[in-house]
Design a protein around this ligand. Structure first.
Ligand SMILES: C[S@@+](CC[C@H](N)C(=O)[O-])C[C@H]1O[C@@H](n2cnc3c(N)ncnc32)[C@H](O)[C@@H]1O
Length: 232
């Protein structure tokens, strides 16, 4: 066991999750710098961008030129938008610029048709996508976006988890909001959050031509970075 793993094991679960987020942010910066070696402007899609907190954290210190698109079907719902704008601190205005970052908001899946992006980020969204879409749909969506690099974070629950233990760990701000959105339907909540794990997403990405270059895990979550394989 290396030094990093020893430290990780001693941390409380919520700190391990925070550590994962820092890892994602660091990877984002590195990837943007890398892509910019060959391209002046980098295009990023945040798929299922929700209340934009993650977007804000990602673009906060960005010095590079980025076209950053946020896609979430939630942006068609004015009540939810109003609620989200109270906490996001980024107003949803198409074409707004924050420093060198040009932001765009997409609320219909069709708006993604024929659009490709250098980097696809998805922070705890794919399990929601898979509630109403098939695995094939998810593969097709990623293939159509055709990112050179992907960063995704998702749940990674133990197989043996029961509903009482699930309730004890499903407690962060976003999760509490989902409990209300799902009308306290714990069976459904547990269903979608425990159905897919890191191995599922690794296999899915590998099956469509991506190589996992980094995977970090906390107690119940993970993030991974994957790059497109180009045949020689
Ligand atoms: C757990 S939230 C994560 C939000 C955001 N990525 C974050 O980091 O805070 C899941 C998001 O997935 C979105 N979502 C649900 N179904 C979706 C779908 N079919 N396609 C894209 N996004 C979807 C929801 O509207 C919600 O904003």
């Amino acid at each position: 066991m290396n030094n990093f793993e020893t430290k990780q094991n001693k941390m409380p679960a919520n700190l391990k999750d925070l550590n994962l987020m820092y890892g994602m942010l660091k990877d984002f910066d590195l990837i943007i710098k890398n892509i910019q070696k060959n391209k002046e402007k980098v295009s990023v899609l945040n798929f299922g961008s929700g209340d934009l907190k993650m977007t804000k954290a990602l673009i906060g210190g960005a010095k590079e030129k980025i076209d950053f698109s946020c896609y979430d079907p939630i942006y068609t719902d004015n009540n939810k938008l109003e609620e989200y704008q109270k906490t996001s601190r980024i107003s949803i205005v198409d074409g707004s610029n924050i420093g060198n970052v040009k932001l765009e908001y997409l609320s219909h899946q069709k708006e993604l048709d024929n659009k490709t992006f250098d980097l696809l980020i998805s922070n705890f969204c794919f399990h929601h996508f898979l509630e109403t879409n098939t695995e094939e749909d998810l593969k097709k969506q990623i293939i159509s976006i055709s990112p050179e690099v992907l960063i995704i974070s998702e749940y990674n629950m133990p197989d043996e988890i029961d509903i009482d233990n699930f309730k004890k760990i499903f407690t962060n701000e976003q999760e509490l909001r989902e409990i209300v959105e799902f009308n306290h339907d714990w069976e459904r909540l547990m269903g979608i959050h425990c159905k897919y794990n890191s191995v599922y997403y690794e296999n899915l990405l590998e099956s469509i031509g991506y190589k996992i270059i980094r995977i970090e895990k906390s107690t119940n979550k993970f993030y991974l970075t994957a790059t497109k394989i180009h045949e020689a």
